[in-house]
Design a protein around this ligand. Structure first.
Ligand code: NDP
Length: 254
């Protein structure tokens, strides 16, 4: 990633599910680029506190909030706390999301509802709740973390892929509502990412088969997703909205 450390100077960002994984990488990179960051966790406060500590050690400002994206009251309280602390909200990253692998015939109603509640209703609630702040400022950036599963329909997990396809449509519709208020809404769709959770799977034969679906024949790094999220949140671009940007090594095109 570039050494410029001011691409988000003066901005305030809230990243859902930023206590670990992709959200954590986005929160750390946003802070490195000068943003004040609201880090959120759902169940593990200690991991969120570690991210806050790391941001503050880097000389940047951060706030920790507990957010369950499927609970409107908890989302509302987090935005209120963010606004009270930093006086504005420029960037929302709807990153929190879950997956549960399973074949079509095995997925239960409860599995379906649980995935939809967090992956699709959650971003809907967060977009609705952040809009009044952004409208008042007449500016804002919303970035939804989707997945190539939502663009290329699979490979196998029907509820997850459907939730991410829905998130892509949410992105485009909310972009229409945001445009008159200078609120840009885009999605970033990561492909196969190398993380602590996927390391074992990716080193197996099944993992190699998935990697072979990419043009680049390798998994992506968290920094690749974070970098796309900096680009979409920064003032460098002021003409992109309603788009889904794939960070996938050309997944499923090969
Ligand atoms: P992780 O499982 O590593 O982290 C998930 C984060 O979301 C944690 O901070 C967790 O908090 C939080 N979270 C879980 N449930 C909720 C909830 N109900 N409300 C608020 N926060 C919640 O996820 P990843 O980093 O792997 O994935 C992040 C996003 O990227 C997801 O949307 C995922 O679909 C997408 N993605 C991931 C890919 C990958 O390879 N990892 C590929 C493509 C897309 P806590 O730990 O406190 O519960």
């Amino acid at each position: 990633m570039g050494n410029d450390e001011s691409r988000l100077a003066g901005k305030v960002a809230l990243v859902t599910g930023s206590s670990r994984g992709i959200g954590r990488a986005i929160a750390l990179e946003y802070a490195r680029q000068g943003a004040k960051v609201v880090v959120t966790y759902n169940s593990e406060a200690a991991l969120g506190e570690e991210v806050i500590k790391q941001i503050r050690e880097g000389g940047r400002e951060a706030l920790l909030a507990r957010v369950d994206v499927s609970d409107r009251e908890s989302v509302r309280e987090a935005f209120q706390a963010a606004h009270a602390e930093f006086g504005r909200i420029d960037i929302l990253v709807n990153n929190a999301g879950i997956n549960k692998r399973g074949y079509f015939e095995e997925i239960t109603d409860d599995d379906w509802d649980h995935i939809m509640k967090i992956n699709l209703k959650g971003p809907f609630i967060c977009c609705q709740e952040v809009f009044p702040y952004m409208k008042k400022q007449n500016s804002g950036r919303i970035i939804n973390i989707s997945s190539v599963a939502g663009q290329y329909h699979g490979p196998k997990t029907v509820h997850y892929a459907t939730s991410k396809a829905g998130l892509n449509t949410l992105t485009k519709v909310v972009a229409r509502y945001g445009a008159p208020h200078n609120i840009f809404v885009n999605a970033v769709a990561p492909g196969i990412m190398f993380t602590d959770q996927t390391a074992d799977e990716l080193s197996s034969q099944a993992g190699q088969d998935i990697i072979n679906l990419t043009l680049l024949k390798r998994p992506g790094q968290l920094k690749d997703v974070a970098s796309a999220c900096v680009f979409l949140a920064s003032d460098e671009q002021e003409y992109m909205t309603g788009q889904v940007l794939s960070v996938s090594g050309g997944a499923y095109l090969g």
